[in-house]
Design a protein around this ligand. Structure first.
Ligand code: 13P
Length: 250
């Protein structure tokens, strides 16, 4: 199974910044093509920058791209939303669903996230479903209960999950510079792997990514933990060098 290395650019940068970042990412990956033997590399720009990224990637299809969110609804009267069908039409292959920033800032519920996963799959997008506990929940020892609940709400029972991935991102590790410890990551990823048996016969094919302060200097250790099948990277994906150093570490 190839590792899945995903850059979540979040809400950062101008159109010009996006053009420069994607050009640097392509050039750097082109110069280190051996990375692609072990990894699938994906970038998720803000919606408005997707056409520029798509244009740049046209001659370099080994690099994939996706979106950071999609609507749970079909096309229609949903002002301000972007549908899964529009993402498909824009050649996205992946979509991040249920990121903790959206759960917190946009009050997305487990149920809504479940609907988004179903809609994304209907349009042949591969959802990257984010789960993870807050600091308070971990201190109360509730991390498995929380993640188990989030998975139960997000995952429909299906024969195939069309390349769906789970991203375990403990909320307290995101953007903090303090990644979870290898032991915490190993325990949670083993728990998630076990839970996946309840949802799909193809559970062994589902990649489980870790996210939260992944940097070049902790990438090799993180990506060698059992059941860590990739990484979802925020800050370090905004520089081509650090993003691809993480991919290379796998
Ligand atoms: P950082 O890598 O900046 O901690 O962000 C992680 C994240 O939220 C990726 O989705």
């Amino acid at each position: 199974m190839k590792k899945l290395i995903v850059g979540n650019w979040k809400m950062n940068g101008s159109m010009e910044d996006a053009r420069v970042l994607i050009a640097n990412t392509i050039n750097s990956l082109d110069a280190q093509k051996e990375i692609l033997k072990k990894c699938e590399v994906v970038v998720c720009p803000p919606f408005l920058h997707i056409p520029a990224v798509r244009h740049a990637i046209y001659g370099f299809p080994e690099l994939r791209f996706g979106a950071q969110n999609c609507s749970a609804h079909e096309d229609g009267a949903h002002t301000g939303e972007i549908s899964a069908s529009m993402l498909r039409d824009s050649s996205c292959t992946y979509v991040i669903v249920g990121h903790s920033e959206r759960r917190t800032l946009c009050k997305e519920t487990d149920e809504e996230i479940g609907e988004k996963v179903k809609t994304a799959l209907r349009y042949d997008l591969s959802p990257i479903v984010c789960v993870g506990e807050t600091q308070e929940e971990r201190e109360a020892g509730q991390q498995q209960e929380v993640v188990g609940r989030q998975l139960a709400a997000a995952l429909p029972k299906l024969e195939t999950y069309h390349n769906l991935a789970i991203a375990y991102e403990p909320v307290w590790a995101i953007g903090s510079g303090n990644a979870a410890t290898p032991q915490d990551i190993q325990e949670m990823h083993a728990f998630i792997r076990e839970q996946l048996k309840n949802y799909s016969k193809a559970h062994e094919d589902i990649r489980i990514l870790y996210g939260g302060s992944v940097k070049p200097d902790n990438a090799a250790v993180t990506l060698s933990i059992p059941n860590v099948n990739g990484a979802l990277i925020g800050g370090a994906s905004l520089k081509a060098d650090s993003f691809l150093a993480i991919a290379k570490a796998s």
